[in-house]
Write a protein that binds this ligand. Sequence first.
Ligand code: ZN
Length: 266
Amino acid sequence: MIIDFHTHIFPDNLAEKALSKLSAIGGIPYCNNGTADCLIKDMKLNHIDYSVVLNVATNPNQVDNVNNFALYIKEKYDNLIPFGSIHPKSVCVRDIVKSLKNNGIKGIKLHPDYVNTLVDDESLAPVFAAASEMDMLVVIHTGYDFISPDLVHASADAILRVIKRFPDLKLVCAHFGCNLFWKDVIQKLCGKNLYFDTSLACEKFGMTKQVAEVIINNHDDEKILFGSDLPWCEVNIVRDFILSLNLTDEQKNKIFYKNAKKLLGI
Ligand SMILES: [Zn+2]
């Protein structure tokens, strides 16, 4: 079994526009057309059993639409696990988290760079508090992002401040803990109460086998989750990268599905 913990899709009528805009900003191509049906096709082709679909509201007015899309995806596709979203300027944060939880949504994605907010900013504290209280997972983008190359919104130090304040929070730090800041991950984040996903893990996006092995071997291997970041990185590339690492079969099984299965209650 393989569970991809990090994918993105868009409503059919918005996908092309959204992808071409993001692709132009980042200067990176996309590898599928960003729709749910296309993701399902990719999953079949690459033997992926479930995909977590991470949705992000980039302004407070989008939150309802994004969360309604998540609910629509959940109802329509048995093997897609959509997460909801919240904006730091959202009002009634607790009600939004509660409604997501009551509708069977397992977690929330926050992208601090897209909402111009440091991850340890006071405006995000109510989101972490509500998620922690209701046992909702939170996935955050971490480290470098092409949309904000000069200001890192989720640095290792900021992440540490969040988990110090919310010790029960189940926080998934995308891109191996802190994208491209591998020294910080090894020195500051490994061994802490954090999940790392493997999204973008390949040479093209700045990860090496040696670094990945050091991170995994210095962290709790029950807290590493396989993820690709489709449509920005092909799932087979990250899968082959993880398969090529010098790890035990049991470690790979945990990364590919056992840890995610437990966390998602599958
Ligand atoms: Zn992503």
